[in-house]
Design a protein around this ligand. Sequence first.
Ligand code: PLP
Ligand code: CA
Length: 304
Amino acid sequence: FGFKGCQKIRGPQIRNLLEAKDFFLFDCDGVIWHGEKAITGAAKVVNSLIRQGKNVVFVTNNCTRPRENYVHKFYRLGFTDVILEQIFSSSYCSALYLRDVVKVCGQVFVIGCDGLRRELQEAGIPCVEEADDPDATIYDCALAPDVKAVLVGHDDKLTFLKLAKASCYLRDPDCLFLATDNDPWHPLSGGRILPGSGSLTAALEVASGRKATVIGKPSRFMFECISSQFRGVDPAQCLMVGDRLETDMLFGSNCGLDTMLTLTGVSQIEEAQEYRNSDLTTNHSLVPDYVVDTIADFLPAFEE
Ligand code: PLP
Ligand code: CA
């Protein structure tokens, strides 16, 4: 079966698929919106699925906002039926991992935005306070004695000192090394890109000689968070919809879900076909089962 997957579907095939599935997982950027702009028709699709009684959740590797900010963003962009419990971000899942899986006792040193720190606070996880003395250096700054984990995520105020401190904490083999996600970069408008969390994690992996445990997609942990909050989720009933092969499609495959690539984001259908035709069988986990141009292609399925 070397050539399974990558099936471009339309009209009645989409309708059949939507009828067959009862649990929809949507990636956000590139599927639902581009930055601050909703993808045309996406709000109507999401609201229609919810009103049909389908389960809908959002799985985003964007760790920069706490979940309540997402609720506001969804509302602002016209997704009026989305509630907090439907949102699974890499920052929220990192907090759950620290609280429920490793049961961290001690402080966490965070490289990341305020939103990530807020999400940890919400879960009752103590973070090392950043003293912002602009003249401090790694030669003379204080290091906290009880740091039990370093958590790295996208940080638009990254400094050399933060990297240096994190590298020092990671010398302790009992200090865990976690990354919210490993995304390499993100597209911005006008052909620009934003370096992702993965680029910061890579710097710290080199400095520490260690490998980070990744919480976000493609790791299975986000699906475990979803399963524990929506009892009895059957992977066979799920469809994972995303725009990036290396995160979203691999995540779906890792969790045993059917996958759909939308062409409104990062990955192109040609890349999916290359993975499909590859002799390396591990590449086949990156191949979507289905492909659509945009999730707006779902809209006719909601008409009588
Ligand atoms: N992380 C950051 C900092 C981002 O800006 C983005 C997209 O804009 C993402 C992650 C990817 O988010 P998603 O998983 O929703 O595509
Ligand atoms: Ca995406």
